[in-house]
Design a protein around this ligand. Structure first.
Ligand SMILES: [Zn+2]
Length: 282
């Protein structure tokens, strides 16, 4: 319940600062002060809830189907539905997809926004051995919980730390590619490689970057001890995601993940995984 407590504390701190700002505006008389002098209680409450929404999105503790600013992805882009994105990321996806079509590619979104609950289910299935990782039951293969968490963290996030929470990140496949989704090998030969090369050459024009690119030990000039392996399928809408990353850093202590199997063993290195991304995504 530490997170809930921290949220409360944050709200109190914010309310106090909102009150201080209100006092400032109440005594100032320039034109800028006039708008917030409608800084009535109602107005301040709305600002407080904006901050709450931000932290909820950052930590994944929300439902994308009824979150303001999120939109349902049209079926034509989906291989599995329903899926949601930040509306700004969806708009960029539509432009990227139109350009891809002209080049002969039909982009499919395999997975977009995943909230804390969904990520917790994925994490715990792997942690408890109900879902195999690399063909192994990790609960029996790796007894040490920290080592087991590190094995899962090669490709999967701890709940509360995933960029998929933010509505800015998505996993791509392409309708004409026969290889399995979410496998680097699929994007290293034939049509899969051609599609990946097209993304590398063109996705940046539409604001997209590949956060998990290359060797994690070399990303960030080698300053991170941990990081996700390369994911050729995972793309991020940088203009919004970079803001979320900045907000994550500012609230890192509040956002320290908990509330899932193995959290005590794993949570202390969460920031490396959040921060160790390709330079093109900063
Ligand atoms: Zn992904």
């Amino acid at each position: 319940m530490r997170t809930a407590g921290a949220f409360q504390l944050n709200n109190i701190v914010f309310s106090l600062s909102a009150f201080a700002i209100f006092l400032l505006f109440a005594t100032a008389c320039d034109s800028e002060a006039k708008k917030p002098s409608s800084a009535s209680g109602r107005h301040r409450a709305a600002e407080t809830s904006t901050i709450e929404v931000d932290l909820k999105v950052l930590s994944g503790k929300f439902s994308p189907d009824n979150m303001p600013g999120f939109a349902s992805i049209p079926d034509k882009y989906l291989s599995r539905k329903p899926q949601y994105l930040d509306a700004r990321a969806l708009s960029a996806l539509e432009k990227l997809s139109a350009a891809a079509r002209k080049a002969g590619y039909d982009i499919k979104v395999v997975s977009a926004t995943r909230n804390f609950t969904t990520q917790k289910a994925i994490w715990e299935e792997k942690f408890t051995g109900r879902r195999a990782v690399g063909g192994k039951n990790l609960a029996t293969a790796i007894k040490d919980e920290e080592k087991r968490a590190l094995e899962i963290l090669r490709f999967s996030s701890m709940p509360g730390t995933s960029r998929h929470h933010w509505g800015t990140d998505m996993d791509f496949h392409e309708a004409g590619i026969s290889g399995p989704a979410l496998h680097n090998s699929t994007f290293k030969t034939g049509r899969g490689k051609e599609f990946y090369d097209w993304l590398v050459a063109n996705a940046g024009k539409f604001g997209f970057c590949q956060p998990y690119n290359g060797d994690p030990s070399e990303r960030g000039a080698g300053k991170f001890a941990h990081g996700y392996q390369e994911e050729r399928w995972h793309w991020s809408y940088r203009p919004v995601a970079a803001q979320y990353l900045a907000a994550y850093r500012q609230n890192a202590e509040i956002l320290k993940p908990n509330g899932f199997a193995g959290d005590k063993s794993a949570a202390h290195f969460y920031l490396d995984y959040v921060e160790n991304i390709d330079a093109s995504c900063h």
